[in-house]
Structures are given as structure tokens and as C-alpha cells.
Design a binder for this molecule. Sequence first.
Ligand SMILES: NC(=O)c1ccc[n+]([C@@H]2O[C@H](COP(=O)([O-])OP(=O)(O)OC[C@H]3O[C@@H](n4cnc5c(N)ncnc54)[C@H](O)[C@@H]3O)[C@@H](O)[C@H]2O)c1
Length: 254
Amino acid sequence: MRGLKGKTAVVTGGAQGLGKAIARRLSEEGCIVWSFDLKPDGEDTARRIEQETGNPVYFAQTDIADERQIEAAFRRVAEVSDRLDILVNNAARFILKGIEATSQDWKAILDVNVIGTSLVTQHGLPLLKKAGGGAIVNLSSVSGFVGQSSFATYNATKFAIRGLTKCWAIDLSPFNIRVNSVCPGYIRTEAFENSCVQLGIDPEAEDARISQLHILGRQGTAEEVSGVVAFVASDDASFITGEDLMVDGGYLAK
Ligand SMILES: NC(=O)c1ccc[n+]([C@@H]2O[C@H](COP(=O)([O-])OP(=O)(O)OC[C@H]3O[C@@H](n4cnc5c(N)ncnc54)[C@H](O)[C@@H]3O)[C@@H](O)[C@H]2O)c1
């Protein structure tokens, strides 16, 4: 893809799942990648990707619910790269509650999925401006378009991500920064397995049920999402901003 080689990218939640696949794909495309994740094993993931691709991958252990940790992580990026071209806001919590959600549930999920995402973007902005522009890619979901039973807390945050995307696309266009959302259907990552535990359901039975919700009759793979993230961050997508890119195997078309 055009315009990715040599660019500096930050991927939040890069230790596993979609974030790991996105970090790997951007690294394969020649980016210098920074992974921000609260899980310390994100360091091992970063080392493995670096060995596979031969391009530098840095890890900053960061809880994006903590503004001081976000600032510290970007200070490290500034010391090494002194610019930022691509920001992928991927980290999220999966607190799956309906009307019974408590104020603690709401605070916990909003602190990461909405406020954390916003503060990462705010603190990444000086480096994006320094680069003369770039691309922000926010991970929303089909859950940002429709209702799903017992998912009110999570879906509210994924709707919010689409709102942030459209507002930021307007506000950041004077700085040559494009902002888009990528909206996957169900992707079988660690989050899927954890959600089944949280909801007390059998993963294989849930996989069969969910697969039928997609026209393609299956869950997607992390690599099917990471390619779209790389595309929308690249110069091949230079006239795309404020947009939601569906990667949902036809989930919403049904
Ligand atoms: N898996 C799916 O089916 C699916 C579908 C649609 C959208 N998405 C979106 O894709 C993104 C990634 O999902 P995933 O399936 O890879 O999830 P995951 O749970 O497998 O991975 C999320 C990563 O984010 C990190 N993280 C969580 N809270 C953090 C915090 N406070 N600070 C820093 N890092 C934190 C975790 O440690 C983990 O490494 C999310 O935004 C999710 O909403 C996922």
C-alpha cells in the first residue's frame, strides 16, 4: 500500500487480538510501530513481530484510562521518533451489561473506550501535527450500528466511537489529518472467548450461532480487519475521511 513505508504508527491494545494483527500488518508494510497496552506481555508480542518483519516495534506499557501513562508513552514516542503519522485507537474493554449496568460498570468502560480513546488522540495530536498530517483509525464495530441483547454498555461506546470519528474528521482536517472508523463484525479473538466466559455461554455453540448472523456464514479473522486498517491509514485512502468502513462479512446487510 502506498505511503506506509517509514511512517510511525501507534496502535493501542497491540498485545493481542486485532491490535496485534494491526501492529504486525503495519510493520510488514514498513512502519515503525509503537504498541501501547496495559498487558506487560505486549513486550513479547512486539519482539516477535519485530523479528518476523525486520522493522522496529516498540512497546510502552500503558493503561489508556490513566492520562499520565498516556503522556509518558507519547514522551517515549517523541524521544525516539519525534513524529506520528498513524494512530490506531483499538484498545477497548468488553463489559457486557444491559439495563442492570451499575455506575461502576459505566465508569469502567467509558474510562477506556471513550475517554481513554479521546485522551490518547489529544496527546498524540502534537506529534501528528509535527508530521504535517496523518491518519487516525478508530475501531468501532457492527455494535456501533445496531442493538444487541445484554450489550448496552459496550454498544454505547462503539456508537460513541463513530461520533468521535465524524467530529474529529471535521476538527482535524485543517491539519491534514484524516479520521475514520473501521467496523468489524464478529472476529474470533481472545475477546470472543472472554465474552463467552462473562456471559456463561459455550464458545462453540456461540460461534455457530454468530456465524449465521454474517452473510459469509462465519466469524472474520484478525488479518481480514488489519488489512482494511492498513488501507485506510495509507495514501491509497487519501480521499476517505469521516467514514465508517464495514468489515463485517455482510452482518449489517441482512
Ligand atoms: N473481536 C471482535 O469480534 C470485535 C468486533 C468488532 C470490533 N472489535 C473492536 O476491536 C478492538 C479490539 O478487539 P479485540 O477483539 O482484539 O479485543 P481483545 O480483548 O482481544 O484485545 C484488546 C486489547 O486491548 C488492551 N486493553 C484493554 N484495556 C486497555 C487499557 N485500559 N489500556 C491499554 N490497553 C488496553 C488489552 O490488554 C488487549 O490487549 C476493540 O476496539 C473492539 O471493540 C472487536
